[in-house]
Design a protein around this ligand. Sequence first.
Ligand SMILES: [Cu+2]
Length: 153
Amino acid sequence: MVNKLEVAWTLAIVGLLAGVAAYSTVLLYHIDQLPANPTEYVDVTGHQWYWEFCYPANNTCFNSSYDASSNSVSGGALWAPPGSVIQINVTSVDVVHSFNIPALGVRIDAIPGRVNDFGFSVPNAAAGTEYLIQCTEFCGTFHGTMRSFLIVT
Ligand SMILES: [Cu+2]
């Protein structure tokens, strides 16, 4: 014989899980949405083993070269004003890479022959603040040094 209490706690848990599922679904679609009016667009291209950043508004591209001994980059970086909204269009010219800014929760795959779009907000940080960019898909010998920085301008 089924106790009324058992029915009640079963229904309560079913309701709780349905709520979590509905909330997660809405959140997943929200994360996938691109910003309506991004401050800037940046084309990000993965190479073995560096990131290339192109700024279509200025028609310029930079190869970001990382130096492990000084933990710094030369040649270029991902520059963005504080508080801005950035849309990155990410691809690769050779193997699969993954563009990751751990501190900002940004992570999107860089896949040859395909462009993955992602929008995110840059924190209202002081000019010169750097956020590490790291390739997070094993892509060969120098994968570990395939780094760059998002630099607040
Ligand atoms: Cu890589």
